[in-house]
Design a protein around this ligand. Structure first.
Ligand code: ATP
Ligand code: MG
Length: 465
């Protein structure tokens, strides 16, 4: 290779030419693979005719919108943020859509990270708050970069224009764009009319849209439960027909969606709708099989209602506790199989737990840190229900005692035969040291209990799990 060319290459490697931010027009042309078929004409709603005010948008989201706009890009607030503001609700998060590519977004913001496999997204960090910035994408077509398997979108990084971006969004009420350049709203799919009529309606053909991404079925149910909206008949009918598609959906995405549904403050109404649409059995088949038992149903319902109450009161909620409630009856139902094999009660419980978890994570990939915690809650149950002595109090120092006790209490509430134990533990927790001493003066002594315990070991257990 001639010396001059070699030097040129080295120079380019060490001093790459600085990339200028592209003007919106150039950017769009670069990003589009095919001429954009504009399917949805946008209605523009000027500022005076809608209720979205910058005052109600997170300061950081406004900052992101302005900075993108000032760097020559289009910048819109879209999705749940706008939808919820129009409904007078407090948005959970604010999503920004732009014609800047993720790489260009990163050049605009120092505090920015690119994330995602299925879609490449930019996360702009402001302390605790993250503003998600997504580049306009278009509906996948065979000529694009998207990857489709069996009609289902696997990878979806096909950039497009705002018109195309609107077409690939899920529901009409999620395709409203707030334009920071003039504070108007762009309504691509008559979303305003559906917001007013309280309707969840898929954009496009429901069958195709669910085949592309079955998670949209869960999103329809979640939104209907959260907003108290009706699912439009065609959008609803296709869920009944295609809920089986969830069985082949990526287990990690299902976990994310289940978390949003069950820890977002509307777990109970979501559960009712999931069952109504035949979706719950696709997510938790082992649980569904137990819900013919009114106590099992009451346990799950009560756990979900309690979770909603805690979220409303701004208290912490843990997926492990909910999981403990969802899988408790499948575990109880499996225990007799292991008893028949002659295992000890403890081993029966552990084996049933392992089996039920194994089956569940094939459907929804629940992280191990969560299942370990549920495991601890379950293993505490026999220890909390066995005959009580002063020694039983030692369990109160167990790291998970509170969760184990709460779960026992929930079981009692649901109608399991553990009310006496739950009451006992409630009572001893309210006592101080002296009161406990006095309380145990009336029950058998430490020593004789230990003997009892030894003798009991040889007998078959009589206490419920
Ligand atoms: P939430 O209040 O839970 O945040 P959201 O509608 O904003 O509700 P996000 O998951 O934040 O939900 O998604 C933001 C937007 O991205 C949605 O409003 C929708 O326009 C679009 N979107 C999200 N998931 C999908 C999907 N699976 N298919 C099509 N569009 C989607
Ligand atoms: Mg959102």
């Amino acid at each position: 290779m001639p010396y001059k060319r070699l030097m040129n290459i080295i120079q380019t490697l060490f001093n790459p030419p600085k990339r200028q931010p592209l003007s919106p027009a150039i950017t769009t042309r670069h990003l589009i693979k095919l001429p954009p078929p504009i399917q949805l004409p946008a209605k523009q709603i000027p500022r005076a005719q809608h209720s979205v005010s910058r005052k109600n948008i997170s300061k950081n989201a406004v900052k992101v919108l302005y900075q993108l706009h000032q760097s020559g890009y289009q910048a819109f607030l879209v999705g749940g943020g706008i939808r919820d503001l129009l409904l007078g609700l407090k948005p959970k998060d604010f999503d920004v859509a732009t014609n800047a590519s993720p790489e260009q977004v990163r050049q605009v913001f120092r505090n920015c990270r690119l994330i995602g496999r299925r879609f490449l997204l930019a996360h702009v960090h402001f302390g605790q708050e993250i503003i998600e910035v997504a580049t306009f994408r278009k509906q996948h077509d065979e000529s694009g970069d998207g990857v489709i398997e069996n009609g289902c979108i696997i990878r979806d990084n096909v950039y497009g224009t705002i018109d195309e971006d609107a077409c690939r969004r899920d529901f009409t009420i999620n395709a409203l764009y707030y334009d920071i350049s003039n504070f108007s709203l762009l309504d691509y799919a008559d979303g305003m009319a559906d917001l007013q009529a309280k309707i969840i309606r898929l954009i496009g053909n429901p069958v195709e849209r669910y085949q592309e991404d079955p998670v949209r079925m869960l999103r329809a149910v979640r939104l209907a439960a959260k907003l108290g909206f009706e699912i439009e008949p065609e959008t609803a009918k296709a869920i009944h027909q295609f809920n089986h598609l969830l069985e082949n959906t990526h287990a990690a995405r299902l976990y994310e969606e289940v978390l949003k549904m069950f820890l977002g403050g509307y777990a109970y109404p979501s559960f009712v709708k999931l069952r109504e649409f035949g979706l719950f059995k696709r997510l938790f088949p082992q649980t569904e099989a137990c819900l013919d038992d009114p106590i099992a149903l009451a346990l799950v319902e009560q756990a979900l209602k309690n979770t909603d109450e805690r979220v409303a009161a701004d208290k912490s909620v843990t997926p492990a506790f909910l999981l403990a409630a969802l899988l408790w009856f499948p575990i109880l139902r499996l225990i007799p199989e292991y008893r028949d094999k002659g295992l000890s009660e403890q081993d029966c419980l552990v084996s049933a737990i392992d089996k039920v978890i194994d089956r569940q994570i094939q459907r929804i990939s629940i992280p191990r840190r969560v299942t370990i915690l549920s495991h601890e809650i379950w293993l505490l149950q026999p220890r909390l229900t066995r005959p009580k002595t002063k020694r039983s109090l030692r369990i109160m120092t167990h790291q998970r005692f509170r969760a184990g006790y709460d779960f026992l209490y929930l079981r009692a509430q649901a109608g399991e035969n553990v009310a006496d134990s739950a009451q006992w533990w409630t009572q001893v927790q309210t006592m101080d040291e002296a009161q406990r001493e006095q309380f145990f003066d009336t029950v058998p002594s430490h020593r004789s209990n230990r003997n009892n315990r030894r003798r009991k070991k040889k007998k078959p257990p009589t206490t419920p799990v």
